[in-house]
Ligand binder design. Structure first.
Ligand code: ADP
Ligand code: MG
Length: 239
């Protein structure tokens, strides 16, 4: 994987699992049940992309597309302080966008090319969560074809952005603890097959004891198999 750059997660164990961190030119999916830490990871990475390279960042800026209203500036402030960044600067370096429905979410991503051209410091684009609006608006098997078609178009646009502008894209996908309930639906299938024919790295996150979480890379031939443990703390993601 030539010319990719990495953004640290602030967990050495998780970075190790990913071969150094989240990659540019790549779409990374975090999937797992509610409360597994997907949104906390997204907050941490939108701070860490701003770090200098010697601290695991890209001196970059982030776009945070929030579909569920779970973004919190206070978390950015706390995480920025904890890694030695000025909190106000860190908040200014995040373009926050609230997507109110799936059409809006798709339109935001379609317009990003223009923003990124004007602001080449953008090195990270997050969609948290990528699936919630699509599931709410196109529920059930009867809407599966149209949902999957729209979602695939959206995902391919994110992949293309990553490749064209050497940025990292992150999507999150909530998957029930009992995925067998959704057998037959590829957007909610066993293991959460959102990427379904879309290239990228998929990381499953599971709850463990207390603030501990378990991460596992799924279907990535170039990365070693195995699980690592990380923690969600007041300061952010840690070992
Ligand atoms: P998901 O997006 O996967 O549903 P979140 O990223 O929102 O999950 O993770 C929620 C978890 O993060 C909760 O279990 C909570 O304990 C932890 N968390 C959130 N804020 C803080 C904080 N300020 N300090 C410590 N842990 C926190
Ligand atoms: Mg979340």
């Amino acid at each position: 994987r030539m010319n990719t750059k990495k953004i640290t997660t602030s967990s050495q164990a998780l970075d190790g699992l990913l071969g150094g961190g989240i990659e540019t030119r790549t779409m990374t999916e975090f999937f797992g049940e509610f409360g597994s830490g997907k949104t906390q990871l997204c907050h941490q990475l939108s701070v860490n992309v701003q770090l200098p390279p010697e601290k695991g960042g890209l001196n970059g800026k982030a776009v945070y597309i929030d579909t569920e209203g779970t973004f919190r500036w206070e978390r950015i402030e706390a995480m920025a302080k904890a890694v030695g960044l000025d909190p106000d600067t860190a908040m200014n370096n995040i373009y926050y966008m609230r997507a109110i429905n799936s059409d809006h979410q798709m339109a935001i991503v379609e317009d990003l090319q223009e923003l990124i051209t004007k602001e080449p410091a953008i090195k990270l684009v997050i969609v948290d969560s990528v699936t919630s609006h699509f599931r709410a608006e196109y529920p059930g098997r009867e809407n599966l074809a149209v949902r999957q078609q729209k979602l695939n178009k959206h995902l391919h646009q994110l992949v293309r952005l990553a490749e064209m502008y050497d940025i990292a894209t992150i999507i999150t996908n909530q998957v029930m603890a009992r995925p067998d309930m959704f057998y037959g639906d590829p957007t909610v299938a066993v293991g959460g097959h959102t990427l379904y024919h879309v290239p990228g790295i998929r990381i499953q996150i599971k709850k463990s004891r207390g603030n501990k979480r378990i991460a596992r890379v799924v279907d990535a031939p170039h990365l070693p198999e195995g699980e690592v443990v990380f923690a969600i703390t007041e300061e952010g993601i840690r070992d």
